[in-house]
Design a protein around this ligand. Structure first.
Ligand SMILES: *Cc1c(COP(=O)(O)O)cnc(C)c1O
Length: 395
């Protein structure tokens, strides 16, 4: 029987670094949140990426929530947010009862369109409204046009939050994603490039990074005031990463570069072996970027007889996992009342079943498939996947 192939699953280090850090936590009985692994994990990550402060949290989603609180998002505020992403990017905006305004992507980066963002700033400026923050995403490990987006945010004096949950290790002009904005967030969920089984981190790069990081720590540990009794002036959260989980993270961080190399190898392998199938295109890697290639994602042109669903079903038949591209947030029923800003002027639904429209984000969703990008894949596994896909073109 053939083995199941995962889309992207955890891979602990061959050296067993993770277990050493966990063992140390056990030996010293630091099983609680806080402890050496947490502190060291934060320092090691901040140093590796080149940010002023890093705060280890229970999830990437919690990190986005904390970033929004740190920039002062409150009820009735608006936040500009990339539409093509996982819902975890946008949900925390609603935790604070603020309103997301979704921004379309561009074809060059797949991420937030600079001109659509500009359009959004102009539209809301005319209405006398300034967003409290902009959230940009580096989807699938592809870098956004981050310098232009950061410059635009600076010009409008709006804080930038970078969702680098999928792009840890990705660089833009030799600088890590997650370090361009005022805040960056990363995720260590089970399918991310490195994992702690679950967890996240907030990266802080503001002028007052120390103060902001301390404030986030305060909220993330139940907002307990410094008093001899339990005193609370603000609503708190239980968002801190545990010392055991941080031990896994420290071990994983040691192999991050290896994981990036393997993910890039997988992407290159697919390009070489199925790259000339007519109508099939790969996600674009920017020349000025260095992508972690978290998930290799392909697009099928409308002229192609093979549809994304055909690929997903054929792979499934062979016990191989694949995924659709994220369905954009502006097309999600839960965000149906939110504004959406696109470079396209004549938006309309083009696929009744999925609700995909002709925006750039909607088109990437409609035409896309994520194919297996597990770092444990062998060349034989990759050949097996490629031959399942290729056979669809022979019909
Ligand atoms: C995974 C992910 C998150 C959330 O991270 P969690 O650690 O699962 O909470 C946020 N944004 C994007 C784009 C993600 O892929």
């Amino acid at each position: 029987m053939k083995e199941h192939i995962f889309l992207s699953s955890p891979q602990m280090s061959a050296e067993g670094y993770e277990q050493e850090f966990i063992q140390e936590a056990f030996d010293t009985n630091w099983i609680a949140p806080l402890g050496k692994n947490v502190t060291e994990f934060e320092l090691e990550m901040a140093e590796k990426l080149g940010v002023k402060k890093a705060v280890a949290l229970s999830a990437g989603t919690a990190a986005i929530h904390m970033a929004l609180k740190a920039v002062g998002v409150k009820q009735g505020d608006i936040v500009f947010c990339q539409s093509l992403t996982f819902s975890a990017t946008a949900n925390p905006i609603t935790y604070e009862k603020a309103d997301p305004v979704f921004i379309d992507s561009d074809e060059r980066t797949w991420n937030m369109s600079v001109s659509a963002l500009q359009k959004a700033f102009e539209k809301y400026e005319k209405a006398g409204k300034k967003p409290k923050a902009v959230i940009v995403v580096h989807l699938y490990g592809l870098c956004a046009a981050i310098e232009e987006i950061a410059a635009l945010c600076k010009r409008y004096d709006v804080p930038l939050i970078e969702d680098a949950a999928e792009s840890l290790g990705t660089k833009y002009k030799n600088r890590y994603t997650g370090t361009f904005g005022d805040y960056g967030i990363i995720s260590f969920n089970g399918n991310k490039i490195i994992t702690t089984s679950g967890g996240g981190m907030l990266l802080v790069n503001t002028e007052d990074a120390e103060e902001k990081a301390n404030k986030v720590l305060f909220w993330a540990t139940q907002a307990r005031e410094p008093a001899r009794w339990y005193q609370h002036k603000e609503v708190g959260y239980n968002y801190r990463m545990s010392n055991i989980v941080a031990g896994i993270g420290r071990g994983q961080l040691k192999v991050l570069d290896q994981r990036v190399e393997k993910k890039r190898y997988i992407y290159a392998y697919y390009r070489e072996h199925i790259g000339d199938l007519p109508g099939l295109e790969f996600m674009p890697l920017l020349e000025e970027g260095y992508s972690n290639c978290w998930l290799t994602t392909i697009q099928l042109s409308d002229h192609c007889d093979v549809k994304p669903l055909d690929i997903m079903l054929a792979l499934e038949q062979d016990d191989i996992e694949s995924r659709p591209v994220w369905k954009p947030m502006h097309l999600q029923p839960v965000f149906a009342n939110c504004d959406f800003i696109s470079d396209m002027n004549d938006l309309q639904i083009v696929d009744a079943e999925t609700g995909a429209d002709n925006s750039v984000a909607g088109t990437l969703f409609r035409r896309g498939v994520c194919i297996p990008s597990d770092t444990k894949l062998t060349d034989e596994d990759l050949d097996r996947i490629c031959s399942v896909i290729k056979q669809l073109w022979r019909k």
